[in-house]
Design a binder for this molecule. Sequence first.
Ligand code: GLU
Length: 506
Amino acid sequence: MSKNVRVRFAPSPTGPLHIGGVRTALFNYLFAKKHNGEFVLRIEDTDQNRYVDGAENYIVEALNWCGIPFDEGPGKNEKFGPYRQSERKHLYRKYADELVSNGKAYYAFDTADQLDAHRKDHEAQGKTFIYNWHNREKGRLVNSLVLSEEETKAKLESGEDYVIRFKSPQDQTLQLKDIVRGDITIDTNVLDDKVLFKSDGMPTYHLANIVDDHLMEISHVIRGEEWLPSLALHQLLYNAFEWEAPQFAHLPLILKPTGKGKLSKRDGDKLGFPVFPLQWEDPQTQSISRGYKEDGYFPEAVVNFLAFLGWNPGTEQELFSLKELVNAFDINKVNKAGARFDPDKTKWFNHHYMQEQLDLDLANTFKANRTELSEIDTNYVALVIGLVKERATFINDFWDLSHYFFMSPEVYDEKASKKAIKEDTFEILQTVINIVTSTREFTVQNLQSKIKGWITDNGIGFGKVMMPLRLALVGALQGPDVFEIMFMIGKNETVKRIDALIKHFN
Ligand code: GLU
């Protein structure tokens, strides 16, 4: 790569970041790190009407939680700053003016009502109104291409509202390049003359985006496919300024689990899985949207599944740490086709990353979540976790899988009781109590060899002993090895539980 790689993630703070946005950030991050480049965060907040309090903070927290922090951005390494477009407001005007004076853009004074009337007029004739070469100079529209210089000047000086529109070229064929899509040919006659600068003194997305990418020396623009229709205009703007354009890569859409249609912000609530990295409380309605973090996902799992939405290494390998992703990532292997979102797969990844966590770390989180555990030694909790985590996908699963390590069963599962308790059960369990009591060195090994030895010596059915014993300890016919459980809860508690079962049923 000839130029220094500098990429940017440029969200608009209009609400919480959807996982599609996090995927865009991740691909930018991976590409930057792969090429020893910089990952820049730029906040595109030129549309004041859509600004949402807390959204910028949310974006930063989400990136940090995923472990993909930006190198440059608001409050960090500000060598190309400021990084919020609202703070760069003073910069854009001169670029819009430059285009006007070169004849590449023009002032337009059409009011919203006038434009609306044109639109309705066209609709009535079964046509679509497009503000561009075919009508901009015809006199029905009010702009500096039709008005005389004096008239334009007078309007500007009188303080009339106006916008600056880009003068899309007529009868040109544009050859665009996209790393993901390949070559794209566009007939400029289909383009409309987009607004670059608004009467409120703010640039539109298009102008600010191009100016900033240029000033911030962005080498590659990696963004969602929904921006592909803007590519032609952006390329034309680079041409108009005579700036070298960055390379573009438009990432494929993320599709609903059915594969039909784009995954939307509302799908999470409807389909029962989070679509946001972190929980979000809407500042206006106070309604809460679930987040991966709060739902118990590990950031490693989220990063891993996001990486596979539109990319794969071309091998069978599915499990990748962030470091491994950086090494393996290849922007040329990003797919064109939409990527189907699979909520079950996200769980599969989480289950995997659960196994990789340290039991002690899991124990701390588990303890923090359950008041019942506050008095219990963390090392003990960690040992319990070591025994059950193979069956857990989320930390929230731990309590169901392990409560009997911390307290005696309060109820006995009915079906299990019917299966486990027979006429001779109480006599058998009494003998088990005797064996347990007489076991001096209370280890898994000793318990196992003594109890199993007694079973085989007396030709008792294995299930006749193990089932009621498990029921006494757990309250159900589940859990890891019975001898492990006995060892963990200790001799006294074991005896107490067997005794409690005898008393309960006898
Ligand atoms: N502000 C745009 C967004 O919200 C950025 C698009 C781009 O990356 O050019 O997604």
